[in-house]
Structures are given as structure tokens and as C-alpha cells.
Design a protein. Structure first.
Length: 159
């Protein structure tokens, strides 16, 4: 199973990439706001894309393969995605206003993302890798590239 592309490895790497962008934002927002703002924009768009990939492709495949949707883990993950989105928008509003005072929102977001990512990385992604065939996983990766940018790039025009 290690020769083909796995959902778990790819999505964990994307989590790590997003975490690094957010750390850059946090570390530079009081010393180089332009750099912080650029890092936040890349983080926000990347996280929104990641969520679209999960909800449109991964969750749909998992639900089809397992028959579990209502009350299952993907329903929980979708609810958490809504909460993450609200926190992301709260930080975005302040960044758009050149306000670096986002510490409380950042703390809430990092707490939410921390527990959310653990559930995905330890349970959901490995489960998807287990139920999906090589061809189904390959299709997921092809379909990820085909999702139009306007589905996830709702950020930061004009700032």
C-alpha cells in the first residue's frame, strides 16, 4: 500500500504546510504586518481549499463506501469546518483592517484546528485510505486539481 499515493500522508503534509503559514502570520504580525498579511492570505485560501477538498471529495467517498453520513464522523467534521470558518473570518476582518490584535481568535482557532486535525489524521484519513481503492484515491487527487479556484478563494481582494 505504500507505493501509491495515500490520503493520510498528503493531507497531513497539507496540515503541516498550513500550520507553518499561520505561525509565520503570528510571528510577524507585530513586526512586519505586510509579511504577516501575505502569510495569512495564503493560509486562509489554503485552509478553505483544504476544506473544500475534504467536503466535496474525501467525505463524499467515505460516506459512499461506508454508508455512514447522518450522525457519523463526516457530519461532525463538517460542523467543525463551519466553526473554523467563522474563526477564520473573524481574524480576516481584523487583518483586513490592519489590526494585529487577533490573539484571542488565534488561540480559539489553533485549539479548534488542533483537535480537529488529530481526529482527521488518526481516524478519518486512515479510514479513507483503508476503504478506498488505488483507483479511487487516484481519482481524488485528480479531482482535487480540477476544483475551480472560485470554490475556495474567497479572500482578500483589495487588501
Amino acid at each position: 500500500m505504500s507505493a501509491e499515493k495515500m490520503i493520510t500522508a498528503f493531507y497531513e503534509q497539507d496540515h503541516d504546510r498550513l500550520d507553518e503559514l499561520f505561525k509565520t502570520f503570528q510571528q510577524t504580525k507585530r513586526s512586519d504586518f505586510a509579511k504577516a498579511k501575505a502569510a495569512f492570505k495564503e493560509f486562509k485560501v489554503g485552509l478553505q481549499r483544504h476544506i473544500v477538498w475534504e467536503e466535496d471529495l474525501l467525505f463524499t467517498l467515505w460516506e459512499a463506501k461506508t454508508g455512514i453520513s447522518e450522525g457519523g464522523p463526516t457530519m461532525v467534521m463538517r460542523g467543525e469546518h463551519r466553526q473554523i470558518g467563522q474563526l477564520l473570518e473573524s481574524i480576516h476582518d481584523k487583518v483586513a483592517a490592519d489590526n494585529p490584535d487577533t490573539d484571542q481568535e488565534e488561540q480559539w482557532l489553533m485549539s479548534m484546528l488542533g483537535s480537529h486535525n488529530i481526529k482527521e489524521e488518526r481516524v478519518l484519513y486512515p479510514s479513507i485510505d483503508n476503504v478506498a481503492s488505488v483507483a479511487e484515491r487516484e481519482k481524488i487527487f485528480r479531482d482535487m486539481e480540477a476544483i475551480p479556484e472560485d470554490r475556495y478563494n474567497a479572500c482578500c481582494s483589495g487588501h
